[in-house]
Design a protein around this ligand. Structure first.
Ligand code: CP
Ligand code: NVA
Length: 306
């Protein structure tokens, strides 16, 4: 029996296969309207970076669970004036029932978790984006009926989204290929961890060849070339990323029934062409919608509502 009550989600690898399966099954069932919860819990959203999807989907999900939401940011709290995370975390956990944090360093998220006695959710750090990956998996299952054995190709920057896909894909028995320009590969320790989590380490492929990555893949995935906090690197980065643009040529090398995912926001003409983003194979709007169902399921599990 899976029991996630009181747990944190700092990395997708905090969950095992059975626990991810439980959340995805509940997310699908919530989306179909088969289950409803009525709670009086309060979710805090503490965001050090911008957000549209994560902020709104968490907010609506908590309202639909019957609870309340408080949005917090450094500039309008004492955090921006230097109150330590250790103090903020202890105080917030006296008021809130669950807290989702979007920040820069994974270590800061870890400190929040260490000093809080409520569930802490990673709403994106520089290292990982686990909530995104739950919604991505829900979307993949809606299209292929399974995750196990599915090949996903991620093109572009070896960033937070790539890291969580590598770890989550390995846990769920998927083949994950990541193609990046030299110098932008995913972190070695994440790749190593993904290979350890995979039943077979060959399920994880890191390459500089976009063609090798997309070859007969069933899911094509890309993300921005310049993540939040890296704006100063944009001019240097963009030229070497051009061959990794998800365009019709690369889509034509994938499985004929391949689907296209992008966590959004998307920059048409950069990491993805408008034709591919708006094309027949794109599932990006379902993927964005699924953020809400997947996070509603996640919160129901962490709050012990299930
Ligand atoms: N995909 C995602 O996390 O989007 P936001 O930055 O809008 O939350
Ligand atoms: N990699 C991107 C994802 C945005 C949802 C970033 O961190 O900005």
């Amino acid at each position: 029996m899976v029991n996630l009550k009181g747990r944190d989600l700092l990395s997708i690898a905090d969950l095992n296969k059975e626990e991810i399966r439980e959340i995805l099954n509940l997310a699908a069932s919530l989306k179909r309207g088969e289950k409803q919860y009525k709670c009086d819990k309060t979710l805090g959203l503490l965001f050090y970076k911008a957000s549209t999807r994560t902020r709104v989907s968490f907010t609506v999900a908590m309202y639909q669970l019957g609870g309340n939401v408080i949005y917090l940011e450094p500039g309008t709290t004492q955090i921006g004036r230097g109150e330590p995370i250790e103090d903020t975390a202890r105080v917030l956990s006296r008021y809130l029932d669950i807290l989702a944090i979007r920040t820069f360093a994974q270590e800061d998220l870890q400190t929040f978790a260490d000093y809080s006695d409520i569930p802490i959710i990673n709403a994106l750090t520089d290292l990982e984006h686990p909530c995104q990956i739950l919604a991505d998996f829900q979307t993949i299952e809606e299209n292929f009926g399974k995750l196990e054995g599915i090949t996903i190709a991620f093109l572009g920057d070896g960033n937070n989204v790539a890291h969580s896909l590598l770890l989550g894909g390995a846990i769920m028995g998927m083949n994950v290929r990541v193609a990046t320009p030299p110098g932008y590969a995913p972190k070695a320790e994440i790749v190593e961890k993904a290979r350890k989590l995979a039943a077979n380490p060959e399920q994880i492929i890191i390459t500089h060849s976009p063609e090798e990555a997309v070859d007969k893949a069933q899911v094509l995935y890309t993300d921005v070339w310049v993540s939040m906090g890296q704006e100063g690197e944009a001019a240097k980065k963009i030229p070497s990323f051009q061959p990794y643009q998800l365009n019709e040529r690369l889509v034509s090398l994938a499985d004929k029934e391949a689907i296209v995912l992008h966590c959004l926001p998307a920059y048409r003409g950069k990491e993805i062409t408008a034709e591919v983003l708006e094309g027949r194979q794109s599932r990006v709007w379902d993927e964005a919608e699924n953020r809400m169902h997947a996070q509603k399921a996640l919160m129901a599990c962490l709050l012990g509502l299930t």
